[in-house]
Design a protein around this ligand. Structure first.
Ligand SMILES: Cc1cc2nc3c(=O)[nH]c(=O)nc-3n(C[C@H](O)[C@H](O)[C@H](O)COP(=O)(O)OP(=O)(O)OC[C@H]3O[C@@H](n4cnc5c(N)ncnc54)[C@H](O)[C@@H]3O)c2cc1C
Length: 421
């Protein structure tokens, strides 16, 4: 055991768990130890979080309308590769007639916090719960990392997938799962009690949050404040953004554009926007996007990060100056939107490149980008989807409900991590 080299993956989220699970089937375990270091012993399945946060009354139905148990979710169609997934039917097809799963409150609250104890194929791997504080690269044979509790671990190949830090309801605590469940409960109560809710940011998360709240609580006032002149960002065509705007307004959600909330402070039941507008509110929710969890990576030296905090990588996702270190998921700099499905695509490629590195060969699997697909729920049974394929395809409620029900399916995500219940 002592003379085996360590392959270490940092971060037990979308990218890290997928890489670790794949490596557990690919590594020669007589020569390498596989270690996943993560600050949590569970994965947070973010695509299901928004509904979990605003759900008003238990028992809670899964967002899954039909029983899709036998259907491969579409997010296995990565990087333009073909998939065996059944194409979503516009009306949801026969499957939609199956009964919707119903979970008790307690059970459902924790289902999107997926334990990592079945992650490694054949048990070939070890999870260490801890937070990496620093990294040292000692050259051709690797280096070591140090955890916040002082533990040192040597590595021969290192993969960094620490994801983003979020604000407000999305900032789930790093302690035991029960702390996250308490956090979700507290926010559910805040949404329940508030009358005027202001959401800072009309990106994907802000839009889904606003529409899900309005769907559950039509009587509440919900306002979206956004820095651009339409929802989302310039990455998406104006036409689709305009459509989103119309859908949001139709739900009686107010929109304020070309403005922002810089200070998360509510005083005398009001918040002041960047342009000086005063909005009545008893609940201000930041939905401004994530901040890279990359401070600890700076310990590698100067120039390893871009000024926005993203890791500098080459097209095989090695760090520019540290060829035995790979980075994946939200933290990399690439011309694409940061998404769960992208992290999974990175993972497929990196797992293969790690094997190349171990064989002392050049990493050959190049990232050629992913097609941009986004599917937003706009309340139960409602949604909008955009695919960048061809001239840009747009779909409405039935397609989105069916499509998103698949890829945001907690049960599928659990099975991907080896959890069978
Ligand atoms: C509310 C919400 C809804 C979303 N909905 C969707 C959606 O519908 N579809 C979609 O495609 N994407 C969605 N996303 C985005 C998606 O979740 C992320 O793009 C994806 O999770 C990124 O994966 P990752 O592996 O890079 O990071 P993460 O999944 O965030 O995982 C990072 C892991 O690293 C651990 N970690 C962090 N720092 C350290 C450290 N120093 N040492 C050890 N461990 C560390 C963290 O605890 C965490 O487990 C959503 C995000 C949010 C917040």
């Amino acid at each position: 055991m002592a003379d085996r080299e360590n392959v270490i993956v940092v971060g037990g989220g979308a990218a890290g768990t997928s890489i670790a699970r794949q490596l557990s089937t690919m590594l020669n375990h007589t020569k390498h130890n596989l270690i996943l270091v993560s600050s949590r012993d569970y994965l947070i399945y973010y695509p299901s979080l928004i509904r979990t946060l605003v759900e008003r009354d238990p028992p809670i139905r899964s967002i899954l309308p039909p029983d899709f148990t036998n259907v491969t979710p579409l997010y296995s169609a990565r990087n333009g590769e073909s998939t065996n997934a059944t194409s979503p039917t516009i009306d949801g097809g026969e499957d939609n007639k199956a009964p919707r799963p119903v979970y008790g409150d307690e059970e459902y609250l924790g289902r999107g916090l997926i334990p990592l104890n079945h992650l490694f194929d054949g048990g070939h791997g070890k999870l260490i719960v801890g937070k990496v504080a620093s990294i040292v690269d000692e050259g051709a044979h690797g280096g070591h990392i140090t955890l916040e509790d002082g533990t040192e671990l040597t590595w021969s190949v290192l993969v960094l997938a620490p994801g983003s830090t979020w604000e407000g309801p999305f900032a789930l605590p790093e302690g035991p799962k029960e702390d996250c469940i308490d956090h979700i409960r507290k926010w559910r109560n805040k949404f329940k009690r508030a009358r005027n809710i202001v959401i800072g940011g009309a990106g994907a998360i802000g839009i889904e949050l606003a529409t899900e709240i309005k769907d559950r609580y039509p009587e509440k006032d919900v306002t979206l404040v956004h820095g651009q002149d339409l929802p989302m960002n310039d990455f998406y065509p104006q036409k689709w953004r305009k459509l989103l705007h119309d859908r949001i307004r139709k739900l009686q959600i107010k929109t304020i554009y070309n403005d922002g909330i810089d200070e998360l402070k509510v005083e005398y039941n009001a918040v002041t926007t960047r342009n000086g507008e005063t909005l009545l509110t008893d609940l201000l929710v930041p939905a401004r996007g994530g901040k890279m969890n990359t401070d600890f990576i700076k310990t590698l030296g100067e120039n390893v990060l871009w000024s926005n905090g993203c890791v500098r990588i080459n097209p095989v996702f090695q760090m520019i100056y540290n060829k035995r270190i790979y980075a994946a998921g939200d933290v990399i700099e690439w011309e694409e939107q940061k998404q769960y499905v992208k992290a999974l695509t990175h993972a497929d490629m990196i797992a293969r490149n790690v094997i190349d590195t171990i064989k002392r060969e050049d990493a050959t699997h190049i990232y050629r980008g992913s097609k941009e697909t986004i599917s937003l729920t706009l309340g139960e049974g409602k949604g909008a989807t955009y695919f960048s394929h061809l001239w840009g395809l747009q779909f409405g409620d039935s397609f989105t409900t069916s499509y998103k029900a698949r890829y945001a399916d907690v049960d599928y995500a659990r099975r991907q991590l080896g959890v069978e219940d």
